[in-house]
Design a binder for this molecule. Structure first.
Ligand SMILES: [Zn+2]
Length: 307
């Protein structure tokens, strides 16, 4: 596997992306900073006001990693959708370390969302079995089936509802919404801030969508199978969710607490059309470093499923 971009490229694109909003101390936001030697080949800076030192990598998933040279290749593996074991072989790093890297990156990617939906908004809810995969403290119960639940519309709390949305211009959202079947309150919570009266809502036939559209004063089209070829349909979002279900099955069940991370991963792959090139790797690195990162291995492992 070829390295499409180098560690030096990574440092320079992140420095450039960060300096776009001004070069300042990440601790106190003071702009009086001076160069303060190099560590691991990366330029460090010192704040004249609070005296703290930092680099462009501080507060990014790559902070304090000994393997910065391997990150671009790992991002390539993620775009190609490789398993942790396959990536571990390519990179010569343990898969446990890579699991941690994966979620540090995805925890940041999931913050990137559409600003608002345009024109026709197609929505489709799908359900996954609730899973505590990997947990050492599974509650007293029999192990459950993992993965996507076919044709079971989450009648009880053992299934996790995921709402998926695509608008006329390709704007996409895919998010864990609730346990059990979706209702208008949950729909409002997840997509409410991205839509307005000008949008036209298309969903499967389900009264809660109808109620939601009525309350928000939006045009609404419930779509049955026979309507799939009409002007208003849910073809694109169903194509998206069908491919998502196939893609996610490679992980043999995902712990529900990490499901949002995998949804953000798939959303990004869909956006870049699964193309692994220099531009897409660079953009994924910038996106994964655009939010404050404080996760540790323990905080990720001990995190809980919250909705
Ligand atoms: Zn400072």
């Amino acid at each position: 596997m070829d390295n499409l971009i180098t560690a030096e490229d990574v440092v320079s694109v992140i420095t450039e992306a960060k300096c776009k909003t001004g070069c300042f101390c990440p601790y106190c936001r003071c702009e009086m900073i001076i160069k303060y030697g190099k560590y691991n080949g990366i330029q460090r800076y010192r704040c004249k006001k609070c005296k703290k030192t930092f680099s462009a990598m501080s507060f990014t998933p790559m902070n304090k990693t000994h393997y910065i040279k391997k990150w671009p290749l790992f991002i390539e593996c993620m775009i190609l959708g490789y398993s942790l074991r396959k990536s571990a072989k390519i990179l010569g790093v343990t898969w446990v370390t890579l699991f941690y890297w994966r979620h540090k990156i995805l925890n940041n990617l999931k913050h990137k969302n559409v600003k608002s939906f345009k024109k026709i908004v197609e929505i489709h809810d799908i359900y996954f079995a609730y899973s505590e995969k990997g947990s050492r403290e599974i509650a007293k119960r029999k192990p459950r089936k993992r993965g996507y639940i076919h044709k079971s519309f989450g009648k009880d709390d053992s299934s996790v509802c995921v709402i998926n949305v695509k608008d006329s211009e390709g704007g996409t959202l895919s998010k864990v919404t609730c346990l059990g079947i979706v209702n208008k309150r949950k729909i409002e919570k997840v997509i409410g801030k991205y839509i307005d009266k000008g949008n036209i809502l298309c969903t499967r036939e389900w009264r809660e969508y109808k109620n939601f559209a009525r309350i928000r004063g939006m045009k609404y089209y419930p779509i049955s199978n026979k309507d799939m070829n009409s002007l208003y349909n849910i073809k694109r979002i169903k194509k998206y969710t069908n491919k998502l279900k196939v893609w996610i099955s490679r992980f043999c069940g995902v712990a529900s607490k990490y499901l949002d991370n995998y949804l953000a991963w798939y959303k990004l792959l869909d956006y870049i059309k699964f193309i692994c090139n220099k531009k897409n790797i660079t953009n994924m690195i910038i996106d994964s470093c655009s939010y404050v990162e404080n996760d540790t291995f323990e905080s990720l492992r001990r995190s809980k499923f919250v909705i």
